[in-house]
Design a protein around this ligand. Structure first.
Ligand code: IMP
Length: 429
């Protein structure tokens, strides 16, 4: 039995969806444990592109059980529409293919309105959130005024909870943010039909799926990336959940002794959406080259992603806080055509060399990356299926990263489809 967590090692968008989809083949259960529909996992199966925001990427495999854990924040509208789209495309045929934790918190329209009005008020100081209400929903959870799935699917309890929390949220919306309030009546009208759709999926997933005596492989699918973690990321330019592997346990209810391996996913370069420091960010020309070649536009908001060289300080940090047992490198093909490639190996701050990420954004904004330059390659990699078919310079690039980090790179992805993936070692085997 192997229970494995897959996490992003950068600022999200590392290509985790494809890697999860690949490893799902070996798993029985796939679990999302944090975040919400701020995530966007793009998968290409038989030439058809599917973008998932909430439902685990494992759903594209029949016979697997997908779980949305208690650590996830759920926008019922988005979830219902994702279920509908997947059903139309021929997925989610079995009734029990998707299970939703009864403890997961609900994103409601006042969370989105608060998120958007706050960002607008901040002007240049905005976080650059996805505007999906993620932060305000996690705030409510911790402030003990959240509404959970177990409440939502019981109309009388849902109504009571709304009556309890709305007056305070409305006062905040109107008096602090100058926004429009919501009424319990309008929310009930819009949301009760959604509760009807979701009721059959909501249960105690610990009892029904995770704590089974039978042998099963569980794959935990992380969203966002380590540098967006609310504790370990580039605070305050982070998301509002813990994105690190340790949270797979909290966000699902499976104890930490039941997690056996942690696979980190790193893009062969770095991207970031939203505001915040980004030491290896590239200027216009090469940045634009990577953006266009790598299709670096947000799959949730469509925003252009900021692009830069691979930052090994950031990945080293991710190795530590996640306890990575191996690394997967994605989008190596995007680097084809560059004469020289740079690797950020350390930072320099006030004349001193730093091997760790400074805690304040003020310092992180001032660091100068220390680079090592390596030769690039011209060949197109998209048809490559074996390690030895890669151009020598591409192999050297991967080996150099492995040596500098001291972690095994167990697979390399060289294109969006399932076939464009070179596996050197499978952690499930
Ligand atoms: P929020 O999660 O919408 O509150 O946004 C907070 C920060 O996290 C912003 O910089 C977003 O762009 C970033 N973010 C949230 N989700 C993702 C993701 O899935 N990929 C990349 N960045 C993300």
């Amino acid at each position: 039995m192997a229970n494995i967590v897959i996490v992003g090692t950068q600022w999200g968008d590392e290509g985790k969806g494809k890697i999860v989809d690949f490893f799902t083949h070996y798993a029985d259960v796939v679990v999302r444990f944090q975040g919400g529909n701020n995530a966007g996992h793009t998968l290409v199966v038989d030439g058809v592109k599917t973008i998932l925001h909430l439902i685990p990427s494992g759903v594209l495999h029949s016979k697997k059980i997908c779980v949305i854990g208690n650590g996830v924040v759920i926008d019922p509208k988005v979830l219902c529409s994702e279920i509908l789209t997947l059903k139309k495309a021929g997925y989610l045929k079995r009734a029990k293919a998707l299970r939703i934790s009864h403890l997961a918190n609900l994103i409601l329209p006042y969370h989105q309105r608060i998120d958007q009005l706050r960002e607008a008020a901040k002007g240049d100081l905005k976080i650059g959130t996805t505007g999906r209400g993620i932060g305000p929903c996690y705030e409510d959870k911790v402030a003990r005024r959240g509404i959970r799935m177990a409440d939502f699917v019981r109309p009388e309890i849902f109504e009571k909870r709304l009556e309890d929390v709305l007056p305070e949220r409305n006062a905040y919306l109107e008096k602090v943010l100058g926004g429009q309030p919501f009424s319990v009546k309008e929310l009930l009208k819009e949301y009760l039909p959604l509760a009807d759709t979701l009721r059959g999926y909501v249960e105690d997933v610990g009892e029904t799926v995770l704590h089974q005596k039978k042998k099963q492989h569980i794959l935990f699918e992380g969203a966002q990336g380590t540098s967006l973690d609310v504790d370990h990321g580039t605070y305050p330019y982070v998301t509002s959940s813990n994105t690190v592997a340790g949270f797979a346990s909290c966000g699902s209810g499976l104890g930490p002794t039941q997690i056996h391996q942690v696979v980190g996913v790193a893009k062969a370069y770095t991207t970031r959406v939203g505001s915040g420091p980004f030491p290896t960010e590239l200027g216009e020309e090469t940045g634009q080259y990577l953006r266009e070649k790598g299709g670096e536009y947000g799959s949730t908001t469509g925003r252009p992603r900021r692009c830069g060289w691979l930052d090994l300080v950031v990945i080293r940090h991710a190795m530590k806080v996640n306890g990575l047992t191996s690394l997967v490198l994605t989008k190596l093909d995007v680097l084809s055509g560059l004469k020289k490639i740079k690797l950020g190996v350390a930072y320099r701050l006030d004349g001193k060399r730093l091997n760790t990420v400074p805690a304040t954004v003020e310092d992180l904004e001032r660091v100068e990356p220390v680079y090592q330059e390596v030769p690039g390659w011209r060949e197109d990699l998209t048809g490559v299926t074996k390690w030895r078919q890669l151009p020598t310079a591409a192999r050297r690039y991967v080996e150099r990263i492995q040596d500098l980090l001291g972690v095994g790179i167990t697979s390399v992805s060289i294109g969006p489809s399932r076939q464009q993936h070179i596996v050197l070692k499978n952690p499930f085997k």
